[in-house]
Ligand binder design. Structure first.
Ligand SMILES: [Zn+2]
Length: 200
């Protein structure tokens, strides 16, 4: 059924938030975002970020697979060293947040909601304890708890990633010193993983 009632409705329009339509697009954002909200968008809201993860060939650069904007990716970061996506500890490097974080990994198999359609790897704690999972999963990360590298190892069906920081704005502080040297040296830190909300 087609309805003609889409659009301006009344005084609560501002409560219907559409990323890049009713809120500004984040220019630096290359991921396929479907929702991004924080205290600056809705007073009193925590930080929420929702985006797709697309299928990619195992062993390829999963960063560009996540964005589907390979040209822009290359323009910003140049040719990245292969170690950044093939190394055992590749992915979003170890870090902490001021507030608790929840990472929702949501599969889209209508016949099996717990089937993620992907294998995801995550390291936890200062010990870098390795976890791999393939079910719809929420990872609970207490405030100031060291976590990551995080990365999808495979993706055979698109799935949805939801990042929640239980604070008014996203914060992040790198613990790159936990990474092996070859990975640390290959990472363009100033461009890829800037700290946010911490003063060193
Ligand atoms: Zn995090």
């Amino acid at each position: 059924m087609v309805t003609t009632e889409v659009g301006k409705m009344g005084k609560y329009d501002a409560y219907f938030i559409q990323y890049g339509i009713t809120t500004p697009k984040i220019e630096s954002e290359l991921r396929p975002v479907i929702a991004r909200i924080d205290d600056t968008v809705a007073k009193g809201s925590f930080f929420y970020l929702v985006h797709w993860i697309y299928p990619f060939e195992p062993g390829t650069n999963f960063f560009t697979a996540v964005t589907r904007q390979q040209d822009q990716w290359k323009k910003r970061y140049g040719e990245l060293s292969e170690v950044l996506f093939t190394h055992e500890m590749a992915g979003h490097p170890p870090h902490i947040h001021k507030d608790a974080e929840l990472l929702f990994h949501i599969g889209t198999n209508p016949d099996d909601p717990m089937d993620l359609g992907a294998e995801v790897q995550m390291y936890m704690g200062p010990e870098m304890e390795k976890h791999v999972f393939n079910k719809s999963t929420v990872i609970w990360i207490p405030p100031n708890f060291i976590h990551s590298p995080w990365r999808p190892l495979t993706t055979t069906r698109p799935w949805i990633f939801i990042e929640v920081n239980q604070g008014p704005r996203h914060t992040e502080k790198s613990f790159r010193q936990l990474l092996p040297r070859e990975l640390r040296e290959a990472t363009p830190w100033d461009k890829m993983w800037p700290d946010e909300g911490y003063t060193r």
